[in-house]
Structures are given as C-alpha cells and as structure tokens.
Design a binder for this molecule. Structure first.
Ligand code: FES
Length: 114
C-alpha cells in the first residue's frame, strides 16, 4: 500500500484581515486540519497536527523567530517548510497565495493507493 498525493488546488480559507499577527488560526480543507499564521505581513500554512503525539494543536502554538512551538510540549517547526530545528523532518507546509485580500492555501491530500 502506497500513499499518493492527489492534485491539489488553492482553496480560500479566510480574509487576510481575519488573521492576527503571530497568532495561529485553524481551518479545515477537505479533511485536513491546517494552521495558518500571519507573521510580519507574511502568511504561512502548515498542518495543524503535531507529529509528537499527533495532537491537533499547532494553531495554538507560540510563534518566534520563524518557528511555531507546540503548546503541548514545545516541539518546534519552521513555518516556511515545516522542518524541525536543524532541518529534521517535521510537518507538512502548504503554499499560500493572497488574492485581493483573501487567503488561499494549496493543501495536498494524502490518499491510499492499492
Ligand atoms: S504534542 Fe506537540 S510537542 Fe508534544
């Protein structure tokens, strides 16, 4: 059994003005929970599930120096690429586009392939 990415498309998740600086917000695209952050007028989208204990909590994480720290036990993930400090494999990150003040995210859905 293998995983395969389906064809993703950009989905509107909110207005840019809905996001607060350095605060995460949770959205669901398809059946995937994502966490969206605005940091210095840049918007980032990552999976909301922390890979430590698979809790859907990263939207409540603490943002500092380009990373979000999980509120449960502090694991950190780079908001740009989802990697752990030092470059280790972390979480999924998703492309973001701002169009006319609206935030669009392209979320890859993992599907089973038999
Ligand atoms: S659940 Fe995120 S660090 Fe433990």
């Amino acid at each position: 059994m293998l995983f395969k990415d389906s064809e993703p498309s950009f989905e509107k998740v909110c207005q840019l003005t809905d996001l607060m600086e350095n605060k995460g917000q949770k959205f669901t695209v398809g059946d995937i929970d994502i966490a969206v952050f605005k940091v210095h007028e840049q918007v980032f989208a990552v999976q909301n599930v922390c890979t430590h204990l698979h809790k859907s909590v990263l939207c409540d994480g603490f943002v500092e120096n380009g990373f979000v720290a999980c509120p449960a036990h502090g694991w950190e993930f780079n908001l740009s690429d989802g990697k752990r400090p030092g470059g280790g494999r972390g979480i999924e990150s998703y492309p973001v586009e701002i169009r006319d003040g609206e935030v669009f995210v392209k979320v890859s859905q993992k599907k089973f392939r038999y």
